[in-house]
Design a protein around this ligand. Structure first.
Ligand code: MG
Length: 394
């Protein structure tokens, strides 16, 4: 799905009365960065926002600019209005008219994830309007003005709505104008669409996507943030396995080394079975599929391809996803020829392709005692495992 065309409005203009302090809650420190920065980074990473309009109090302008520094998405800044609805409108007006869709988010929801943004934007493209939401855990009561229970809506139909919310821009602007004319004020942007008779899709949000309202929320947020950081630095392991058939009149290339032998491995690329297993281990660790998906053998560009070059590309893809490689351990399974003399060069080739040191790359070889297809000399197999980690921030 094409990720473009969303103008994002981040609302950070609340007076934070319920936070108890005088400063705005969105600039409170949350594990080393302002609360507001967390959602800006998520929006930036998501790739959906073409532009971000940050709506803040005039006295917070400098802090808002600092919080948005270094983002790759262009940002504009504007002062908020008297109500949330007014603030959002001012944000929408500050955006370039080019974006066909709007994405509106509370600056006080730091734990929005790329996944939630994906869900909401994809649903908005499909249905015109969508909001992040989670099923209500609590039974809710509708109260009467005297403070008594008037009714109990069925819990299975209740959702707590969050942000982001996303809208087809024309639909949103029509609904906002209509609400303004009728003097309707709402606390939630979906309500505008509902009032105008439109449909809003409930998209998968997350219970972690909390809004910081009271000082206690900041304590919860610090705990949630720490938990998230732990998840981010966790190591991941990957496993790759590959087999190629042996055939005459082919060069035998293993770990990028031309090994003298009467046969070579058959394949679309150079059929370097060892390097392929390493590629698949790395992609597997990052849950990014396999080399067949990345370099389809129906694509003529990869005919006779140097597999070390493919490995380099795989490492580039991992780096783009924020991973660094810890170590690789690969095993070649072949009856003949003797592999040991070539192992040091294979390690060097693999390490160089991945940008690793020799100590991070292990290559071993084994036979299968004459058993099976490798034993019969029909083909060779290779298996590899690796560890990757979230790259430490520069
Ligand atoms: Mg292969």
């Amino acid at each position: 799905m094409k990720k473009e065309g969303f103008g994002a409005v981040v609302v950070a203009a609340g007076s934070s009365q319920r936070m108890g302090g005088t400063g705005s809650k969105v600039f409170a420190d949350l594990l080393g960065k302002p609360v507001l920065r967390w959602c800006l980074e998520a929006l930036d990473r998501s790739g959906w926002a073409a532009e971000i309009a940050l709506v803040c109090r005039p006295e917070d302008l400098e802090q808002a600019k600092a919080a948005a520094q270094g983002l790759s998405t262009p940002c504009v800044f504007t002062a908020g209005g008297a109500t949330r609805q007014e603030s959002v409108q001012k944000g929408v007006l500050a955006l370039q008219p080019d974006w066909g869709y709007l994405l509106i988010h509370d600056g006080a929801r730091p734990f929005v994830t790329e996944e939630i943004i994906d869900n909401v934007c994809a649903d908005a493209l499909r249905y015109g309007a969508a909001t992040a939401a989670v099923p209500s855990k609590d039974t809710c009561k509708l109260g009467d003005p005297e403070g008594f229970v008037a009714s109990t809506p069925p819990r299975e139909r209740l959702s707590a709505v969050q942000t982001p919310q996303a809208f087809q821009r024309g639909m949103y602007e029509y609904a906002a104008r209509r609400a303004q004319k009728e003097g309707l004020d709402c606390t939630d942007d979906c309500q505008l669409i509902e009032w105008a008779g439109g449909q809003v899709k409930l998209s998968q949000g997350s219970y972690r996507n909390i809004k910081l309202t009271t000082p206690e929320d900041l304590v919860t947020a610090r705990a949630l943030g720490r938990e998230g950081q732990k998840e981010e630095i966790s190591m991941r392991t990957g496993y790759g396995y590959d087999v190629h058939r042996l055939a005459p009149d082919r060069e035998l290339i293993l770990g990028g080394v031309r090994v003298p032998f009467e046969q070579g491995l058959l394949g679309h690329s150079d059929a370097d079975v060892l390097t392929h297993a390493v590629c698949d281990a790395l992609l597997g660790a990052a849950a990014l599929g396999d080399i067949g998906r990345l370099f389809p053998d129906t694509d003529p560009r990869y005919e006779g391809a140097d597999s070390l070059g493919l490995l380099k590309e795989v490492c580039g893809v991992l780096r783009c996803h924020g991973y660094e490689i810890g170590n690789i351990d690969a095993t070649l399974i072949a009856q003949r020829p003797k592999i040991a003399p070539y192992v040091p060069q294979m390690r060097e080739n693999l390490a160089a392709a991945c940008g690793l040191t020799l100590s991070q790359v292990s290559v071993k070889a084994t036979t299968e005692e004459g058993l099976g297809f490798t034993g019969a000399g029909e083909g060779m197999a290779a298996a590899a495992v690796c560890c990757i980690d979230r790259a430490s921030p520069a």
